[in-house]
Design a binder for this molecule. Structure first.
Ligand code: FES
Length: 274
């Protein structure tokens, strides 16, 4: 794990400001939170600042702190904690974050880092000659089952070999990064076993297919579970009733049926009461 410090003063800009479009977005984002909870917008604001300028500067941290009425140190803590925030300039076409935690290490992350050292720079956080590429080692990115893997900006590239990582780096260097397939780089459906499911094979139709059969991400059709559901007959928890968002016609029919029931079930006035 690398030490996360702000960039040297000689690369820090004197000031930071959101551009007009991002400033409007930032104000709207802050308004989403209840009064007194505006500090919850710290992560989205820092991320938008990074998307605007490419990295999180000291001036940016101070500016976000002022916008959210937070002590500078609190925003600095957030920015230096998450490896998703870049604290110094990174490659303009790709910043490769190689997971080096145990599962990825056991599956070859050191060879992936050798590729980065050879193709980008011998040291992490250094730009290549053209300023287009950089790399670093990070801790677990939550895709251990598909180890080894790297993150490039917001996307994960998994089940990597050194050869495949070389190809991916070349694609990004050539400006074709958006065309590179994300996720598993082998015949695997998300995190299912390589080559297709090996368990629960009795009803393949409900499993949604295999790696090659459903690589576009069509979800499996699995009936909703009743586990931990409250035992109640309220309409809000009736799974057979469609919601207006998913089936407006069915929702209208439900509403009419409910109104009819309510009308028909009106209790008769009790005798002796006015
Ligand atoms: S150890 Fe690499 S993603 Fe978890």
């Amino acid at each position: 794990m690398s030490v996360r410090r702000l960039a040297e003063e000689n690369v820090q800009p004197a000031s930071f400001a959101f551009n007009e479009q991002n400033a409007i977005w930032a104000e709207a984002t802050i308004r989403k939170y209840p009064e007194g909870r505006q500090q919850s917008a710290v992560i989205p604001l820092l991320m938008r600042a990074q998307e605007q300028d490419g990295w999180v500067t000291r001036a940016c941290i101070e500016s976000v702190a002022r916008m959210l009425d937070m002590p500078y140190i609190r925003v600095l803590e957030v920015a230096t904690f998450y490896t998703q925030f870049q604290l110094k300039p990174v490659g303009t076409r790709a910043h490769i974050q190689v997971c080096g935690t145990t599962p990825c290490m056991l599956r070859g992350s050191e060879e992936l880092m050798d590729v980065c050292k050879r193709k980008i720079h011998k040291d992490p956080f250094h730009l290549n000659e053209g300023g287009t590429l950089s790399w670093e080692e990070v801790e677990c990115q939550g895709a251990c089952v598909n180890a080894p893997m790297v993150i490039i900006f917001k996307d994960a590239y998994e089940d990597l070999t050194p050869e495949r990582l070389e190809q991916i780096i070349d694609e990004f260097e050539a400006g074709r990064g958006a065309e590179v397939k994300t996720g598993p780089q082998i015949d695997r459906w998300f995190s299912a076993p390589a080559g297709g499911p090996t368990t629960l094979l009795g009803d393949e139709a409900s499993m949604g297919g295999t790696a090659s059969g459903n690589a576009e991400g069509e979800g499996a059709s699995v009936p909703p579970s009743n586990a931990a559901r409250a035992k109640t007959a309220a309409d809000e928890t009736n799974p057979t009733l469609k919601t207006p968002a998913t089936a407006p016609a069915a929702a209208e029919a439900n509403a009419k049926a409910a109104a009819g029931t309510a009308e028909g079930e009106k209790p008769a006035p009790e005798s002796g009461k006015s």
